[in-house]
Ligand binder design. Structure first.
Ligand code: IPE
Ligand code: IPE
Ligand code: MG
Ligand code: MG
Length: 321
């Protein structure tokens, strides 16, 4: 499995288009993230450092920094560090809930070291995020991040409650995505700026991001996504590609998802793809990105800032990882 750079596409496209302040600040974020992984005893420090070093797109830190703009200072960098710590915490816990074997191209902590160690690593990441902000008196960011974390917990729980239910509605699916993913994207933008339009932009690209992620779960390939194909089907998570495919061809659901093995999941992924559901979901995500960009028209931005925000929005649906 190829190792990922700290900032793979689509973030590189944004960095290429940006003047120097953005790569410099993202570099500071990386440095401070590394510091946060040290000093927690051998096992936890090792797990945190490995999660960090495996890469990840750093999309949420990017959104914080871009929302704050070139004038954003240390406070924006700290918010960017904290949101990535929370994001990593949720990934580590999510991999326990989803019994996921791969993350960021590497075996998950849950798969290698067991659920107990993964729960502990996730807990530590959460606590570091809030402690780091509190140490600097960033109470506004603490509140925003706490609100998003609570939404995430509700979204993840709703997803567990819906597991294996092939009758789950599109509305319920979208509500889950708003809670588990869009809220954190919205939070990233709001931590960087109190411009209302940016919050709405973040929420909308967050939703598009999850739709596309659910498409990538069906398409793979793991070499590009860094995650196993069919993980959603194997843990009973009914996502929009499956909901749309079932409407087109109900026989896809006749055997249910319980008892599915990895080979069966591959077959089901192929059947979903044959219905054309993936293109439909991609189109929905693209429409959300267009809506997100239109939200930005309600406010005035520095031209470079606006161009980079548009590029991030495009990157959300033009990605493979
Ligand atoms: C994965 O997020 C979790 C979802 C919301 C789908 P990312 O795809 O941003 O994960 P990394 O940080 O790049 O690994
Ligand atoms: C998003 O859902 C997970 C979080 C918001 C933590 P997924 O379960 O689809 O995310 P991946 O595919 O494991 O990254
Ligand atoms: Mg998952
Ligand atoms: Mg997924």
């Amino acid at each position: 499995m190829t190792r990922r750079s700290a900032v793979p596409p689509p973030v590189t496209a944004v960095l290429d288009a940006s003047s120097r302040w953005l790569p410099e600040r993202l570099g500071e974020v990386e440095e401070q993230l590394r510091e946060q992984s040290r000093g927690h005893g051998e096992l936890l420090s090792k797990d945190l450092a490995a999660t960090l070093a495996a890469g990840g797109k750093r999309l949420r830190p990017l959104l914080v920094l871009l929302s704050a703009g070139a004038q954003g200072g240390e406070e924006a960098v700290r918010a960017a560090v904290a949101i990535e710590l929370v994001h990593m915490a949720t990934l580590v816990h999510d991999d326990v809930l989803d019994a996921a074997p791969l993350r960021r191209g590497q075996p998950t902590i849950a798969a290698v070291s067991g659920r107990g160690r993964a729960v502990a690593a996730g807990d530590l990441l959460f606590s570091r995020a809030f402690a780091f902000l509190a140490e600097h008196g960033d109470s506004r960011s603490v509140s925003l991040l706490a609100e998003a974390s609570a939404a995430l917990a509700r979204g993840e729980l709703a997803q567990r409650q819906d597991a294996f239910d092939l009758a789950v509605s599109e509305q319920r699916y979208l509500d889950r995505c708003r809670l588990k993913t869009a809220k954190l994207f919205e939070c990233a933008c709001r931590m960087g700026s109190d411009t209302e339009a940016l919050g709405a932009f973040g929420a909308e690209i967050g939703l598009a991001f999850q739709l596309l992620d659910d498409v990538l779960d069906v398409t793979g390939p793991p070499e590009r996504t860094g995650k196993a194909r069919g993980t959603d089907l194997l843990d009973g998570t009914v996502t929009l590609p499956l909901i749309v495919a079932l409407a087109d061809d109900p026989s896809i659901g006749s055997a249910g998802l319980r008892g599915l093995d990895p080979a069966g999941a591959e077959v089901l992924c192929d059947r979903i793809a044959t219905t054309g559901a993936l293109d439909q979901v991609r189109s929905r995500a693209l429409a959300m990105v267009a809506t997100a960009k239109a939200e930005l028209d309600a406010a005035s931005f520095d031209p470079e800032q606006r161009q980079l925000l548009d590029l991030v929005a495009d990157g959300v649906v033009q990605r493979y990882s």
